[in-house]
Design a protein around this ligand. Structure first.
Ligand code: ADP
Length: 556
């Protein structure tokens, strides 16, 4: 979604609502820290002036006490500033991730389709980390710079001369605003290009590692090595250019700072000549101004990250503001008896996938849906899972609209078992227990036995405690699917949806799984979709999906 700059900033600022107080603490400590470090330089200058005989109404003891106390306090406030910033940074990461998970729950299963996974992983990793930099290392320095420069400008105006104040103001605006903006405009395109190239290189490099077996067996090793080396050379060139630009920018900033120093000395001398100001004030004003530049110079580094931050911010806000395809209902109670699809039509974007689909599935029935790949079979299951609402028609669970039920009620009854079983980097036991965390060991064993996977698990040296990562390649797709089936048997859904669950495995494993399902079905209703007739052998009723419409096939 395209949003204006102000909408983007206000959207990003809204996210840090709970941290306003922490930001306030970081800013207060940061400002006090700057003032204290300026104190050290200013009072050192006062001591020198006193030594050279300029009348200063302060004892050396007081001057040095102020310097020492300022130094000591500066250490403490600096600690609190850093602490607040890091506290906020880490908490923010957690809060943002939590927000994204909450939104993903709200957006439902459609958002978690394989197609979207890459985008979501990138959101959860790099985008959130980029935003963390913005929140913890951009907002506070900006506020600190604005406050410190305002304090110094007013201080110079009141205690030295408003001419000095004017020079200070102009210097701050040039160093902290005009130069960074020019640099940002000048470098934005290049920086984006560099990051894009870097991303492509990382992808190519990782791909080369993952695909090393294919590369070597196709005798493409040398060629691939050359390409990696060419890629990294061109990246190095871009990196050189980026560094050059950064150095140039830093030099310009330093030059401007020197020019501002000269300007203040020049104006000071002029004011002294016209007897508008006494000599010590020129020196003190000079020292005050130069020691205050640190806060605005910190701003000069921001443009480097800004373009990336805004792109990440836009992506995160897009997700957070996305409207769900479906809204869950309030009814938490569903004891599945039957589901009815009545005159269902469904479109993805503008493409009509299903048209006038009618289907009834009752407790204990096994229904098969046959159809070529891409005909819309999975879409029917996604509608039954309430990932989407039909464009037309109604889905009724126990004669009540699917929209009445909460996701909890629905998923307590309906379970989708698909082509691949995702196994977490955990033990086999915990991987199965995800279906029913409080299950007893006997239940788990029975589920595994019924899924014909118990023998395999018990043959492993660590049995159920074997970690999936330790199995490496010693687990076949068929065994993984049987672990998935053990989850199904443990959970005992009332409506089981099999989305080509056996299409990636050999005929023996397919036979084992289908036989087990039939044998331990009890009163479970089952819908099996497949593009292979042989898979539907256990079905009592078979339909064929043709041109978006379901036809009953009695001749199977
Ligand atoms: P099947 O399960 O029969 O292979 P699907 O139900 O997965 O078919 O897909 C039916 C059609 O809808 C295909 O043309 C597919 O490309 C399209 N499709 C599936 N999911 C989406 C989606 N999330 N957005 C847009 N089109 C989709």
């Amino acid at each position: 979604m395209k949003r204006s700059f102000t909408k983007l900033i206000s959207g990003l600022l809204r996210l840090i609502g709970p941290f306003i107080f922490v930001i306030f603490l970081a800013v207060v400590n940061g400002v006090v820290g700057f003032v204290l470090s300026m104190n050290i330089t200013i009072f050192a200058a006062i001591a020198i002036l006193k030594y050279f005989g300029i009348a200063i109404n302060m004892s050396y003891t007081l001057i040095f006490t102020i310097i020492v106390v300022s130094g000591f306090l500066r250490g403490i406030v600096r600690y609190f500033e850093q602490y607040s910033n890091h506290y906020m940074a880490f908490k923010l990461l957690a809060v943002l991730r939590d927000k994204i998970f909450t939104v993903l729950r709200r957006l439902g299963g459609a958002k978690l389709d394989d197609k979207n996974k890459g985008e979501i992983i990138s959101l959860l990793q790099s985008d959130i980390e980029t935003l963390e930099v913005f929140y913890a290392h951009t907002i506070t320095p900006t506020l600190i710079a604005i406050i410190v420069s305002t304090i110094v400008t007013v201080f110079l105006g009141i205690f030295a001369s408003w001419y000095f104040a004017l020079i200070a103001l102009i210097s701050y605006v040039i160093i902290g605003f005009i130069i960074p903006v020019i640099f940002y405009k000048h470098n934005n395109k290049f920086g984006k290009n560099y990051r894009q190239e870097l991303g492509l290189f990382e992808e190519f490099y990782l791909d080369s590692i993952y695909g090393s077996y294919e590369i070597v067996s196709q005798n493409r090793g040398e060629k691939r090595k050359e390409s990696v080396s060419l890629y990294s050379k061109s990246l190095l060139k871009l990196n050189d250019e980026l560094e050059k630009r950064n150095v140039f920018f830093k030099n310009v900033t330093s030059t401007i700072i020197i020019l501002c120093n000269i300007a203040i000395i020049f104006v000071g001398l002029l004011l002294y000549k016209k007897e508008i100001i006494a000599s010590p004030y020129i020196i003190l004003a000079y020292v005050t101004l130069t020691s205050s530049f640190g806060s605005v110079v910190a701003l000069a580094n921001l443009p480097n990250n800004l373009a990336m931050t805004f792109a990440s911010g836009n992506r995160v806000l897009d997700l957070l503001e996305e409207m769900p395809n479906v809204v869950e209902g309030k009814n938490d109670i569903l004891d599945f008896e039957e589901v009815k699809l009545a005159n269902i039509a469904f479109k993805y974007n503008d493409e009509l996938i299903l048209n006038n689909v009618n289907l009834e599935i009752k407790k204990g029935e096994i229904v098969g849906i046959l159809g070529p790949s891409g005909s819309g079979k999975s879409t029917i299951l996604k509608l039954l899972m309430h990932f989407y609402n039909p464009t037309n028609g109604k889905i009724l669970y126990n004669a009540k609209d699917i929209n009445d039920y909460s996701f909890k009620a629905l998923y307590n009854n309906v379970n989708l078992f698909s082509q691949t079983t995702y196994l977490f980097s955990d033990t086999i036991l915990n991987n199965i227990l995800i279906a029913k965390p409080d299950a007893k060991m006997e239940e788990v064993k029975l589920a595994c036995k019924n899924a014909s996977i118990l023998e395999f698990i018990e043959s492993l040296p660590n049995g159920f405690e074997t970690r999936i990562t330790d199995l490496k390649d010693n687990i076949s797709t068929g065994e993984k699917q049987r672990l998935g089936l053990a989850r199904v048997f443990l959970r005992k859904p009332k409506l089981l949806l099999l989305d080509e669950a056996t299409s990636n495995i050999d005929a023996i494993n397919e036979g084992v799984i289908l036989k087990a399902i039939k044998e331990y079905q009890e009163d479970m209703a089952i819908v099996i979709i497949s593009h292979r007739k042989s898979t539907l052998g256990i079905c009592e009723k078979i339909y064929e999906l043709k041109d978006g419409t379901l036809c009953f096939k009695s001749d199977m």
